[in-house]
Design a protein around this ligand. Structure first.
Ligand code: MG
Length: 413
C-alpha cells in the first residue's frame, strides 16, 4: 500500500468577537488548558496524522510566542505561524508553511480544523482523512435537530427538509493539489467571503470542480465550536463524561483465548472483467466489478479474519480509493491479513466460506480454490468452502452478482 501522508492545519488565529473576554476564545481554558491545545492534542493522538501546522494570531506576537512554547510538547507540530486578516488568509499562511516545511504529494490529504473545536476526536479525524481521495474532499456534518425554515427578510418562506441539510463541522479534508488550486483562485478573486473549505472549493469555477465530489462524513454532535461563553460549560460537561467513560475502559483491549469473526461481501457482475474467486480464474462471460480484482470470496474471508482478531474491516486496511489497490490480486490482502493475525498473537484455526452464485457452477473449482487459499495462509488450518444458489431469488438469483459469507476462528498463541 502506498503510504499517504496526512497533514493538518489548525486555525487558531481569530479574535472571537462573540465570546467577549480579555483574550481571544482559542486561549480560553478548558480543564486548565487553552482550547486550541485540546485540538492539537486530538490530532497528535490520531495515528494517521503525520504533521500539524498551527496558525495563531497575526497581530499578537506574545500570543504567538506562547503558542510556540505550549505546542513544543507535541512532536507532530511542525511549525506555529502567524495568521491573516480572515480565516482564508490564515489557511493560506498555513498552506505556505506546509509547502516550505513538509514533503507533501499532490494527493495527500490536508485536514483543516478550527482551533476552537476542542472536542474533536481521533476517530472522526481518521474518518475524514479516509474519505479524502484525488477526486473527493471530505466534510463532516450533523443533521439539524430542529425544524429548519428559510427566512427572507422578516418572513419565513418555507420549511426545508432537514434530512437533506447538514451543519458543517471541521476538520475538512482536501487533497493537497486541489487545496492549493482553490486558495490560488481565492487570492486571484478577492472579496469573496469563505467560511470553510467546502465553500472555498465551491468558489472555484465549475470546470475546475468537475469530477470532484464533496463526501459527507457523519459528524459528531459533541464536536462543538466554542462561540459563546456558555459553550465552554457544555464542553466541560462533555469532557468530564468522556473521562468517566475512559476510566471504565481498560488501557489494553481484552485479548480472548479464542474468537470468531464474520465476513460478508457482494460484487456485481461486469463485462470485460475476469471472474476471480479465491485467487482462481473461473471461465465465465462476466467478471465482478470492483477496485481490486473484486475477489468476493477472499474479501468475505479477510473481513471474517479481521473480525476475529478485532481489527476492523477490509476497507480500513485496504481502502478502495488507494491507487495501489487498483486491480490488485486479493490474495495479497489475505497474506497481509494473516501477517496481522501473527502480529496480534493469534493463529487462524478454521474458516468456513459460502459463496452464493446462480452462475457459474463452482463445484469443479472448489478444490483448486482451497489449495490457493492454503498457499497464501501458509500454515495448517481447516478450510471449508461451499457454493450455493439462492434459488433464483434476489440479486444473486437474478444473476446480477455474487455474494460471499465467511466465518473464521482464531486462537491465542
Ligand atoms: Mg469487496
Amino acid at each position: 500500500m502506498i503510504k499517504r501522508s496526512v497533514f493538518t492545519i489548525i486555525v487558531a488565529a481569530g479574535s472571537g468577537n462573540r465570546c467577549p473576554g480579555p483574550r481571544a476564545k482559542q486561549f480560553l481554558e478548558l480543564q486548565g488548558k487553552p482550547i486550541y491545545i485540546w485540538s492539537v492534542k486530538a490530532f497528535q493522538e490520531t495515528p494517521c496524522v503525520d504533521g500539524i501546522i498551527v496558525v495563531g494570531p497575526g497581530d499578537d506576537d506574545d500570543a504567538l510566542l506562547e503558542m510556540q512554547t505550549l505546542t513544543k510538547t507535541f512532536p507532530k507540530v511542525i511549525k506555529v505561524v502567524a495568521g491573516g486578516n480572515c480565516r482564508t488568509e490564515s489557511v493560506s499562511n498555513g498552506i505556505a508553511a506546509l509547502r516550505s516545511n513538509c514533503e507533501i504529494s499532490k494527493n495527500d490529504p490536508v485536514l483543516i480544523h478550527d482551533g476552537v473545536r476542542p472536542l474533536i476526536t481521533p476517530e472522526l479525524i481518521s474518518q475524514v482523512a479516509d474519505q479524502v481521495s484525488p477526486n473527493s474532499i471530505a466534510i463532516p456534518t450533523t443533521t439539524p435537530t430542529a425544524t429548519v425554515k428559510k427566512i427572507v427578510g422578516q418572513t419565513i418562506t418555507e420549511t426545508i427538509n432537514r434530512e437533506t441539510t447538514g451543519l458543517a463541522q471541521t476538520p475538512q479534508g482536501v487533497p493537497w493539489a486541489l487545496l492549493r488550486k482553490a486558495i490560488t483562485h481565492w487570492h486571484n478573486h478577492p472579496g469573496v467571503i469563505i467560511t470553510d473549505e467546502g465553500s472555498l472549493f465551491e468558489n472555484l469555477p465549475a470546470e475546475k470542480r468537475e469530477e470532484i465530489t464533496m463526501m459527507n462524513v457523519p459528524g459528531d454532535a459533541d464536536n462543538l465550536k466554542i462561540t459563546f461563553p456558555k459553550d465552554l460549560n457544555r464542553a466541560e460537561a462533555i469532557l468530564s463524561e468522556r473521562e468517566k467513560l475512559q476510566k471504565n475502559i481498560p488501557d489494553t483491549p481484552y485479548k480472548p483465548r479464542m474468537a470468531t469473526g464474520f465476513g460478508y461481501d457482494v460484487h456485481a457482475f461486469a463485462p470485460n472483467r475476469k471472474l476471480i474467486l479465491g485467487g482462481v480464474e473461473i471461465p465465465h462471460p462476466f467478471g465482478l466489478d470492483g477496485h481490486s480484482d473484486a475477489d468476493v470470496l477472499i474479501h468475505a474471508l479477510v473481513d471474517a479474519i479481521l473480525g476475529a482478531i478485532g481489527e476492523g474491516d477490509i476497507g480500513h486496511h485496504f481502502p478502495d480509493h488507494d491507487p495501489a489497490h487498483k486491480n490488485r490480486c486479493s490474495l495479497d490482502f489475505l497474506e497481509k491479513t494473516i501477517l496481522l493475525v501473527k502480529q496480534r498473537g493469534f493463529y487462524l484455526e478454521a474458516a468456513d466460506i459460502t459463496v452464493v452464485a446462480e452462475q457459474p457452477k463452482l463445484k469443479p473449482y472448489i478444490q483448486e480454490i482451497k489449495i490457493r487459499l492454503q498457499q497464501s495462509i501458509a500454515l495448517p488450518c481447516q478450510l471449508n468452502i461451499k457454493a450455493t444458489t439462492s434459488e433464483g431469488l434476489g440479486f444473486t438469483g437474478r444473476r446480477e452478482g455474487i455474494a460471499a459469507y465467511a466465518v473464521a476462528t482464531v486462537t491465542a498463541t
